[in-house]
Design a protein around this ligand. Structure first.
Ligand code: NI
Length: 226
């Protein structure tokens, strides 16, 4: 399941993040690539201990912690501290699958990558190319979102970033370990949650709203690992 989360960062905060990112010292992106992906990866990154990575990453995690669409869609248990990449001068990232487990070197914390996230910091008209292409069981999706918006997709998906032929594409990327490991179960919970919200808005006093909310929580109780 692909999920677009709008306005994770917006307004003044977005402008401040973008200024910090543009002023940061970027290094060769192969430092965080696995053996297979190092061969197909051509981009730059900000070192994970860089103050900008910590400040902007902190803002992202803080915003997500209260974002209802993110909470409902990801059911997050652990969020990997956000990393940052920049593609330009024909750079791209060929087809690959993300590593199943990521270790955050500064803290040693490990995250099982159930969901991959890309949060765009460049506007689509600032660059040509740079689409994130994701293959899932329902076909191929090409994603290029406004600055401040994020896409979430199963980390098991094959994906790539097309070469950027004009301008620069700046983004944050990171992973989420979900309380519900299985993508299909997570999808059912999200669909049930949305249906309950819709019925609750139309007929707030209907007793089935409480009954269905109970079903939601009892399914979550069966499937969640915390
Ligand atoms: Ni990837």
């Amino acid at each position: 399941m692909l999920l677009q989360i709008p306005d994770v960062i917006s307004g003044d905060a977005l402008e401040r993040c973008r200024a910090l990112l543009d002023a940061a010292e970027w290094v060769d992106g192969t430092v965080t690539a696995g053996h297979q992906s190092a061969r197909v990866k051509r981009n730059e990154q900000i070192p994970e201990t860089h103050p900008t990575a910590r400040e902007v990453g902190g803002l992202i995690v803080q915003s997500l912690s209260t974002h209802p669409q993110f909470i409902a869609g990801a059911l997050p248990a652990h969020v990997f501290p956000p990393l940052f990449n920049r593609y330009r001068d024909g750079g791209g990232f060929g087809t690959h699958v993300d590593n199943a487990v990521r270790q955050h070197r500064p803290t040693g914390a490990r995250v099982r990558t159930d969901l991959s996230a890309t949060l765009f910091f460049s506007e689509p008209d600032e660059y040509d190319g740079g689409e994130l292409t994701i293959e899932d069981t329902f076909g191929t999706h090409r994603v290029k979102l406004p600055a401040g918006h994020m896409v979430l997709y199963p980390s098991s998906s094959l994906h790539c970033v097309s070469p950027v032929t004009r301008g620069a594409r700046v983004a944050s990327f990171f992973w989420i370990q979900s309380m519900v490991r299985d993508d299909g179960q997570r999808r059912l919970l999200l669909e049930l949650d949305r249906a309950i919200q819709a019925v609750g808005a139309d007929v707030p006093e209907h007793p089935s709203v409480v009954a269905l909310t109970g079903v939601y929580h009892n399914l979550l109780r069966r499937w969640a690992e915390v």
